[in-house]
Design a protein around this ligand. Sequence first.
Ligand code: G4P
Ligand code: MG
Length: 171
Amino acid sequence: MTTVKKYNFTYEDIHSTIRDASLAIKEADYQPDYLLAIGGGGLIPARIMRTFITRPILTVALSRYSDEIGTAPADTPIKLQWLEGKVNLNGKKVLVIDEVDDQRTTLDFTLNELIEHYPDTEFSAFVVHNKLKEKKGQLPEKLNHFFIGRDINDYWINYAWDAEDIATFGQ
Ligand code: G4P
Ligand code: MG
């Protein structure tokens, strides 16, 4: 019998991992001005992070799929929603948040776009889980800090927020 190796991360697991990471972020003496969630996976982690690092949350939304039905996922993500021109990030520190660093495609695309469009902003990133594997994407050299909640094996993760039945999640 083959067992599929996977992780089930409950809301409590995720909350604790983010709390511990927030302490490491404070120990590194890093104080962002904004949290920036990459939707959808980064939304709940960013909100939990705000409990410990009380800064406003900005969001961007990406998709691997275009609106055209039946098209294959794009190699580079598509911007569904981006930062409005009105937000002045000049001289600010922004902590970009996602739930998992898998192939690193999302972080590569998002961070490079942000750095290109906001040259006077200091970007750092936080992921709740980093899969230890060979990555397709790269982190930009200009990234200030890269904080990781937990390094994990390259197994599939079930997140609590994907549960249709939260009462039996992980059992
Ligand atoms: P990346 O996030 O490092 O770029 O990795 P990749 O392109 O390989 O990931 C494609 C999608 O699969 C991403 O969702 C990513 O969050 C999700 N994913 C990767 N590994 C896991 C896993 O183990 N469990 C779960 N539940 N999801 C995983 P996305 O396209 O960003 O969609 P969204 O959920 O953020 O909207
Ligand atoms: Mg995502």
